[in-house]
Design a binder for this molecule. Structure first.
Ligand SMILES: C[S@@+](CC[C@H](N)C(=O)[O-])C[C@H]1O[C@@H](n2cnc3c(N)ncnc32)[C@H](O)[C@@H]1O
Length: 237
């Protein structure tokens, strides 16, 4: 089993609480709205790195159908309970689905863990139907995220049980890296936008200040936004 799968197996019981409280909930909703806007609302969605099914649940509310895939057994048990949809245990780096199967593919906060993102994006292209869309949100590279690997190393040494506190070679993307991944695979209508300034782990008072500045940061100083939303379309022919 990989280190990341072991980590998410260990934190599956506390994962949802991170997004329950008001700050966590608005943080997660903000990301989801960035992902959702590039997806058809009633299609057949594959959610990669589905975790406990938080994004699957939101997509189902629009009347679509969802299949989740995740590398952690304990996370997908919860996704199954939450959504009553099909969930598959496996890695996003080898998709066990036939060509041209899905109307859309999403991935929320999981791409940073992939060792071969170009291979995964190529496989996403393969399983999408012509005209289908992909929408990804993942951590971007900036002044804040460059400190994260060191924090993870310290947290791991201190045996801190916290979501994401695992020291592995996580990847934080620049906008043109995500754009290249999508165009190399054959996607068109590519969009990459930085998103999120208020982070869930800030204290409530700092979170609400950062939240006030979030629209300004995203539009005028996007480099300071630490997530990245990327989307593209598989051409019809
Ligand atoms: C931060 S959680 C995000 C979960 C969910 N997408 C959400 O929005 O709440 C990252 C998830 O990615 C999964 N993951 C990491 N590497 C993966 C891989 N190679 N293939 C599939 N899932 C993976 C982890 O097990 C974990 O459930």
């Amino acid at each position: 089993m990989t280190k990341v799968a072991t980590h998410y197996d260990q934190v599956a019981d506390i994962y949802d609480s991170r997004y329950d409280e008001s700050g966590g909930n608005t943080y997660y909703s903000h990301i989801c709205s960035g992902v959702m806007r590039s997806l058809p609302k009633d299609g057949k969605l594959l959610d990669l790195g589905c975790g406990t099914g938080l994004f699957m649940e939101r997509y189902l509310r629009f009347g679509g159908e969802v299949i989740g895939l995740d590398i952690s057994r304990n996370m997908i048990v919860r996704a199954k309970e939450r959504t009553n949809s099909d969930v598959t245990l496996g890695t996003a780096e080898h998709l066990p689905f036939k060509d041209n199967t899905f109307d859309c593919v999403s991935s929320v906060l999981a791409f940073s863990y992939l060792q071969d993102p170009q291979g995964t994006v190529g496989d996403i292209y393969r399983v999408l139907k012509p005209g289908g869309s992909v929408s990804i949100c993942t951590l971007g590279k900036n002044v804040f995220t460059s400190a994260v690997p060191a924090a993870h190393k310290i947290g791991e040494k201190l045996h801190v049980k916290s979501v994401g506190m695992v020291s592995i070679s996580e990847r934080y993307y620049k906008p043109d890296e995500l754009s290249d991944l999508l165009s190399n695979a054959g996607f068109t209508d590519i969009s990459v936008k930085r998103r999120s300034f208020a982070h869930v782990s800030l204290s409530p008072s700092l979170y609400s200040i950062a939240k006030k500045f979030e629209p300004l940061v995203e539009s005028k100083i996007p480099y300071l936004a630490f997530n990245m939303c990327a989307s593209g379309v598989k051409p019809k022919n």
